[in-house]
Design a binder for this molecule. Structure first.
Ligand SMILES: Nc1ncnc2c1ncn2[C@@H]1O[C@H](COP(=O)(O)OP(=O)(O)OP(=O)(O)O)[C@@H](O)[C@H]1O
Length: 358
């Protein structure tokens, strides 16, 4: 339904998008995730026809929307957009939601009914006559969503729709997004710098980095098989260890600064790789209790820090390489470990995801 082909955009000679390509199917939720300044808003604005690309093409239902003025007007009418900062006009909530319907020449009675229905859906029934500017940030964003929804767009674009909102409002907006997609079949493209929001909502995630999608995949693919070191870092993999492949018979051994780590990935000796291991996949045991088992890496080390993180603790161990593990407080207490404790860190060969370097 939406095809991005080598989309480029420069501002004052500086290239922000350097060839963005992806396919978004009808009825899909697609999340554009990426660090601040990676060009997420720029990409959404290009899809929403608020700006023009400097190269490449954006096709909707096969038509290049920037190449044809008539088509762009037609396409614009089938898209709704929600911005990062909820933009509301200084009128009543009902008037704010009715804007797109008025523009389309819908009759007053039908507008009233649609506005009421939309307010019920976003959980703001009875708010019709409130001045929109007196609402909280979360309520304003729900009004913005109702305004985008009420025109029944085929495509809903949302630029960081929950940035600056409190967790309860974030949850409400997220529930709405899922419902709109499920009940109306609306194709949704949204941007976020919150990778977990991408994971919660999207069927497909595009990771925007250095002007391109470094990876497009399902949340599971992106989180468990990041395509590069940078993507691994962005999706929160804490242990990324550079090494060189030293042997490859069945399982592969990688030398990381004198420490041997085995992985199931098929590799060739002398390849330069980064090993990505999620901290939740690491087990820590007191040194005396450590056992080596087939299919597992077991590395002796010394605990260098234990830092609380919500109901968990991040336990960092110097094994010659630094490894971080996430353990519940209870487990840390039961293990009786503290800074300076001698421990062993173990993890399965298959939990080592390998990306090639260079
Ligand atoms: N109209 C503009 N003129 C000049 N530079 C711009 C313009 N719009 C965006 N940029 C630049 O393009 C880059 C990408 O900006 P963009 O807002 O698309 O990033 P983003 O990924 O949405 O960031 P954030 O997560 O912080 O909102 C930034 O360096 C920004 O300063």
């Amino acid at each position: 339904m939406i095809e991005l082909e080598g989309v480029r955009k420069s501002f004052d000679g500086k290239e922000v998008l350097a060839g963005v390509s992806a396919r978004i199917e009808r009825g899909e939720i697609f999340a554009v995730i990426g660090p601040s300044g990676s060009g997420k808003s720029t990409l959404l604005r290009l899809i929403d026809l608020l700006d023009t690309p400097t190269g490449g093409a954006i096709r909707i239902n096969g038509v290049d929307i920037h190449a044809n003025r008539e088509e762009s007007h037609r396409v614009q009418r089938m898209m709704g957009m929600v911005f990062q900062k909820p933009a509301v006009f200084n009128t009543t909530v009902a008037e704010n939601i009715a804007v797109g319907l008025r523009f389309r020449g819908i009759k007053e009675a039908a507008i009233k009914a649609k506005v009421e229905e939309a307010l019920a859906v976003v959980g703001l029934a009875g708010y019709e006559e409130r001045r929109a500017r007196t609402l909280s940030g979360g309520e304003m964003q729900r009004v913005a969503l109702a305004r985008a929804m009420v025109i029944e767009p085929e495509i809903l674009l949302m630029d960081e729709p929950t940035a600056n909102l409190d967790p309860v409002s974030v949850e409400k907006i997220e529930e709405l997004v899922v419902r709109i997609n499920r009940d109306l079949g609306t194709t949704i493209v949204f941007s976020t710098h919150d990778m977990y929001q991408g994971q919660r909502l999207a069927h497909l995630i595009g990771v925007l980095m250095n002007g391109r999608f470094a990876q497009v995949g399902t949340p599971r693919e992106v989180f468990t098989h990041p395509a590069s070191r940078e993507v691994a870092r962005f999706v929160g993999i804490e242990n990324i260890i550079d090494g060189v492949v030293v042997a490859s018979n069945g399982t592969c051994a990688v030398d990381a600064g004198g420490v041997r780590i085995r992985t199931r990935s098929p590799l060739t000796p002398e390849e330069l790789v980064s090993l990505c291991i999620r901290s939740e996949d690491l087990r820590v045991t007191p040194a005396g209790e450590a056992t080596t088992a087939p299919g597992k890496n077991t590395l002796p080390g010394i605990v260098t820090s234990i830092v609380p993180r919500g109901p968990f603790s991040r336990v960092t161990v110097d094994c010659g390489i630094t490894l971080s593990s996430i353990l519940s407080w209870k487990v840390v207490d039961n293990l009786g470990i503290r800074e300076g404790s001698h421990v062993a860190v173990s993890f399965a060969e298959e939990s080592v995801h390998v990306v090639r370097r260079g």
